[in-house]
Write a protein that binds this ligand. Sequence first.
Ligand code: CMX
Length: 438
Amino acid sequence: PKTLRETLQEVIPAKQEQLKKLKTEHGNTVVGDVKVDNIIGGMRGLKAMLWDASVLDPIEGIRFHGLSIPDCQKVLPPAPGGKEILPESMLWLLLTGQVPTPEQTLGLSRELAEKGELPKFLVELVDSFPQTLHPMTQLSMAVAALNHDSSFQAAYEKGIKKTEYWTHTLEDCINLIARLPALAARIYRNVYKPGTPLPAINKDLDLVGNYSNLLGYGDNESLTEYLRLYIALHGDHEGGNASAHTAHLVGSTLADPYLAYSAALSALAGPLHGLANQEVLRWQMAMQKELGSDVSLEQIKEYLWKTLKSGQVVPGYGHGVLRNPDPRFIALQEFCETRPELRDSPIIKLVQQTFQVAPDVLKEHGKTKNPYPNVDAASGCVLYHYGLTEFKYYTVIFGVSRALGALTQLVWARALGLPLERPKSVSIDVLQQLVKQP
Ligand code: CMX
């Protein structure tokens, strides 16, 4: 079977050709319009960037190169002996548009494990961070520092042809993804379990197998499988979300992938984006504390109204694009239903009960365009059940995952020769004039 690089060499020319033809034949074709709402409303709904790995449909949810989540669960290889999607197979799909064979997936797992150890200077840097520094700040800083060894940056300094950009970008992206488990686990250990030993990377384990092992949960097969699914599913959510878009923007300056992804992590650290899963947990725990065990649906309804009447949002519900239950939420729920050890978990049960009543309450409340749960409604609570209770760390796991989509698309941005991103901004006065004379 072909390697990842051979596969890419094969698929890139056709995409280059397709894009070139589109540009030549339709460069001036109008495909949408810009409303004042788009300009002052965070560019919602504006079709203005190219992102090939996934497309988000408001009703159907995410598709990765045309494959829905249930499709991916059917065709993407799991770990040997496991059932859930291996993030390596998702990485292969996002990068090449093709479904890898189990053999190709295994080969990629091995390559990542072989490249997974951290350089000495980085270990020293991470160990020097104060324990009180937020885990996401640590992750972002450390990822930026990894550009010390950037292949792209070194090659660019030497002077390379544009057509060679993508191969060096790919090398950086693979190295970065390979190192994320050791880096993220080191941050976890330093902040929450100082002094405990960190095992070495096991060359025979997959990326998440190693991550789970380094976090100290290697014996927990159920959590390891959950993390595989979680990391595969959070890998990409088209290009306009804040973290993916940030990576794309910074990468468009030809800053190397380490700097681009470090910036993306800073975007992910915002409470309106990657931090929501910790908010859900906080809210569900408060509900549990107030209502006790054995709660009725009626009591949850009342609690939901109390949250809404106090002017707060119901965390984990609503979405900027989706208008139906998030298929990622459904996939995590199904995971919980198929695992006997999760069926009786009080916190997971509460999430399920909340799902039974919250959409109707939110519809009656009448504000949100989407009364259904997003992925965050479930993800953190499941981690909590497994004993991974350190809320502030949850976004780091999201950060390990989002690298799959954001970095693969950097490779494509360079392969397709996409230019420096530079939208036009307008002042309020200019907007005022535009409204009068469009
Ligand atoms: N509970 C209560 N009110 C809500 C709501 C919720 N879950 N979701 C939206 N609304 C309100 C909005 O606050 C807004 O009210 P105002 O008009 O008073 O400002 C109104 O409904 C319309 O909002 P919208 O167009 O439906 O939603 P947006 O695109 O503006 O925002 C989101 C989307 C996700 C930020 C919002 O639904 C929200 O705050 N949800 C709760 C937090 C959350 O779960 N975030 C995670 C999102 C997933 C992710 O990106 O990771």
